[in-house]
Design a protein around this ligand. Structure first.
Ligand code: FAD
Ligand code: MG
Length: 321
């Protein structure tokens, strides 16, 4: 095998997620720099430790505005804009509910209904007050918390892509725990697996062939717990405070930028297949693949990638035909 076709894989655990980098060069030093870059963003954005720039904002809730660095401010601004879209299921102020449910972390449990009602009053995104002049963020009520878990991995995947481009890398792939960003088009293409929900690791419904695209998947099977025969997963409905309950097992978004993929998986979760496909008609740059509990695979359209169905338990439908 020549050096141009050989793929080298590098892995790490960061942001509580398995991270995979693929390059066509054997360059441990470059891989280390990529992982360091991801770690730097994790340190700025995490809410899973006592200290980060986002935690500084959260600790000062109801007290004072906190100045943050320009990238953190820009990401929060983008997350707030996504929260303000009509009928958006995305809410950057969802933190108090995420912290209480603890889905995907030790100590997860179903909160009492009155507690959820109370916590909902602390998740109003219009109470995240931004000041462009000094790039500061103020949470208007004590107890409010920003959580960027639904957008930060997308943002970071794009930064890794930009970094690799700057370093002269023409072809590469970064996978941040289900959040994939690709550079270029190797011979034979980038083939990205679409995970089979609630199955063994590596089981795939199908594959997507992409070029210079991001492929982001959010699934109810990623982080969940079961109580009294009921499944509780990590994508919460900001209107009810409970996990979003609809026909979907996963949503995959194909787009140029991974930040859009991350935002739109959450938006699509909130809308479901029909409304989601309708909303995407206005966005030809963004495409969705819905996997339903009834084992249907619904493509919002099929232009940015080629999809191959591999599992015959699933039925493929194209919403445009
Ligand atoms: P997405 O569907 O994109 O987002 C779901 C996540 O967004 C939820 O986990 C929650 O955090 C938040 N959320 C839920 N509902 C909504 C909503 N309606 N609107 C907006 N946001 C919502 N995991 C660990 O186990 N340990 C760690 O130490 C850890 N550190 C992390 C640090 C960083 C900087 C980031 C970005 C993630 C970290 N994670 C960690 C993972 C994190 O807790 C989430 O599970 C992960 O980001 C979910 O990604 P996703 O693509 O599966 O889900
Ligand atoms: Mg997301």
């Amino acid at each position: 095998m020549s050096d141009t076709t050989r793929v080298y894989s590098y892995s790490a655990i960061l942001m509580g997620s398995p991270i995979l980098l693929k390059l066509f060069v054997h360059d441990e030093a470059l891989a280390s720099r990529v992982f360091r870059l991801i770690k730097q963003y994790e340190d700025l954005l995490t809410v899973n430790r006592a200290q980060s720039q986002v935690m500084d904002i959260n600790h000062a809730a109801g007290q004072r505005a906190v100045k943050v660095s320009s990238p953190v401010y820009a990401l929060i601004k983008c997350a707030k804009a996504a929260s303000e879209l009509p009928q958006s299921a995305f809410n950057l102020a969802i933190g108090p509910l995420v912290k209480r449910w603890r889905i995907g972390f030790k100590g997860d449990s179903v909160p009492p209904a009155d507690e959820i009602t109370h916590l909902l009053t602390l998740t109003r995104h219009e109470q995240v007050i931004l000041n462009d002049d000094d790039e500061s963020v103020f949470l208007a009520q004590p107890g409010m918390e920003i959580d960027l878990g639904a957008i930060a991995k997308g943002y970071i995947a794009d930064r890794v892509r930009d970094f690799l481009r700057q370093e002269g890398v023409a072809q590469g792939l970064i996978n941040l725990g289900g959040n994939v960003q690709t550079l270029g088009m190797p011979e034979g293409g980038w083939s990205i697996g679409l995970k089979k929900p609630f199955s063994t690791a590596g089981a795939m419904i199908g594959t997507l062939d992409v070029e210079n695209k991001s492929v982001v998947t959010s699934g109810v099977y990623e982080r969940f717990f079961e109580q009294d025969g009921q499944l509780y997963h990590h994508i919460l409905d900001p209107r009810t405070g409970y996990p979003l309950n609809n026909e979907l097992n996963s949503v995959t978004i194909v787009s140029a930028n991974s930040i859009d993929g991350d935002i739109w998986t959450t938006l699509m979760y909130g809308m479901g297949v029909e409304k989601g496909c309708a909303a995407l008609r206005a966005r030809p740059d963004i495409e969705a693949i819905f996997v339903t509990k009834k084992k249907e695979v619904v493509l919002s359209s099929a232009h940015l990638y080629r999809f191959t169905l591999l599992d015959n338990e699933y039925r493929l439908t194209d919403s445009t035909v």
